[in-house]
Design a protein around this ligand. Structure first.
Ligand code: FES
Length: 172
């Protein structure tokens, strides 16, 4: 599932302040390089965790990349995000092996624990919850990943406990 855009109430929230100078090395690296569109967008997302609206404008001005091309690619590929995500991205696998092992119960438990729906980000920007296809470790089904860490053989209780542990560490 693509991560849903958070509902925002004003222009400032729609376009959060970002330090666009962070993009300069990417501009230098990829300026005038053939096939630079996807690597540049990946680079921008690597910096901010998503592709800010203002970054599209900067790339247009500094590199001559067309806005329509950039938006086309960024909205076509699921890897790209157009809105901010939480510090911890929780990927719950809903591939076949995890599906038959009740992955939906994991998502339900996480939605309850986090107080958000699948595809959304918590108000404190700590967590984003998303459903994904096979994570490649089916023998551990049902599985979720948070950052680089994999949690397998889950049940609703275990999944909720993982979130509580992260919250506790974040509060220290
Ligand atoms: S189906 Fe979930 S890890 Fe493969």
């Amino acid at each position: 599932m693509r991560i849903a855009r958070k509902k925002v109430s004003n222009q400032t929230a729609e376009m959060p302040e970002v330090d666009l100078s962070l993009i300069n090395p990417l501009v230098e690296k990829y300026r005038d390089k053939k096939g630079n569109l996807i690597p540049v967008l990946q680079g921008v997302q690597g910096i901010y965790g998503y592709i800010p609206k203002l970054a599209f404008q900067k790339l247009n001005e500094d590199m001559g990349l067309r806005l329509s091309d950039m938006y086309g690619v960024a909205t076509f590929y699921a890897q790209f995000r157009l809105s901010p995500v939480g510090k911890h991205i929780i990927k719950v696998c809903h591939g076949t092996a995890c599906h038959v092992q009740s992955a939906s119960k994991i998502t339900d438990a996480l939605e309850k624990e986090l107080g958000i729906k699948d595809g959304h980000t918590t108000e404190d920007n700590l967590f984003t919850l998303e459903s994904v296809a096979c994570l490649g470790c089916c023998s551990l089904a049902p599985v979720m990943m948070i950052g680089d860490e994999t949690f397998g053989s889950l049940n609703a209780k275990k999944a909720a406990r993982v979130i509580k542990d992260i919250r506790r560490k974040e509060a220290l």
